[in-house]
Design a protein around this ligand. Sequence first.
Ligand code: 4LM
Length: 394
Amino acid sequence: MWKSNNIETNAIHGGKPSQGEHGPLSTPIYQTSTFVFDDVQQGADRFAGDTHGHIYSRLGNPTVDELEARMAILEETEAAAAFGSGMGAVSAAVFGLLKAGDHLITSHRLYGCTFALFSHQLPALGIEVSFVDLADEQKLRAAIQPNTKVIYGETPINPCLTVIDLDVIGAIGRERGITTIIDNTFLSPILQRPATHGIDLVLHSATKYLNGHGDVVAGILCGSRELVDQIKMTTRKDMGAVISPNDAWLIIRGLKTLHLRVQRHCENAQRVAEYLQGHSAIAKIYYPGLPDHPGYRLLGSQMQGAGGVMAFELQCSFEQAVAFINQLQLCKRAVSLGDAETLIQHPASMTHSTYEPEELAAAGISRTLIRLAVGLENAEDILADLDQALATIA
Ligand code: 4LM
């Protein structure tokens, strides 16, 4: 299987299987649910795992295989598994690794549906969950119990961009024999590769930067062959959050420009963050590319860039904040991130509406917090749109 030393080349060619009979440049879409066996024995051998070969697209598909091979190379892991959504990947990972009586440590700061899964579904099945500040090593160590099996975090965290030190999480996981999972959605492997910091499983909502064009919902999990195979053959197979071959193909296409897109997202976001920071209507801004953000110290080591997402508070009432969002013309009012279009949303009533009011407060999500996922447009146009909308609340 082909592999370069350069991530830009691997995003295009990495893991490509050897050229088939017709030599297509673009990956063929194997739009098939099932695969034909030559005879009963061949089918039985494949089911028993004695021989390789496809069986049924819930278990594996050649187009999906190519996406998985490429993502494993990009995240510097042995293997990867693709899913029908980011939440499909999160749930397959935790249900595959935890059983009743086990304990999960995570942060109270998470994407809203991940928080809902951990605070409602897992406890209902007898899995204990502790929510601690994963950026605080002492608090994390103090939360470990004899039954702790998994530590799960995001970095930078949705929506306030809190950064967690991956070397600390990876070291604690190794030392205590706890499986560590990091959601790398906000940066993509172009800017951050958690496995190189000792993290066991790296997760993505592939809906975001990996695909990048706002037309697919998907997830990816990258890790050791052993862990990935375990999850593929248990929760992915039996719970069934599989990706379609067509969606896998769209992500393969998106990956070809990932490095160019991410670079432009970072450049545009840096300009927007600096503009907002200097604007008199802004009360607070959260972006790890600004020197006063606590995560800035890890830029250049853990993170090769600050990404395209930021959050901010305006010096105004809730009603004025809503009026500002409604006033935007170019920036689109929508959840999600990592698309060509600049997207703006209100976390307390949208992505994080799964949180109770006191949980929102603990996660630092105020009623006036606004999240901006900067797109690929000309930065001048994004700034002009923000400027005209800010002028209405001045
Ligand atoms: C959003 N996010 O924030 P699927 N992990 C992270 C995420 O931000 C998301 C998921 C997992 C948003 C969706 C509406 C850090 C999603 C879940 O949506 O299931 O692909 O990923 O705007």
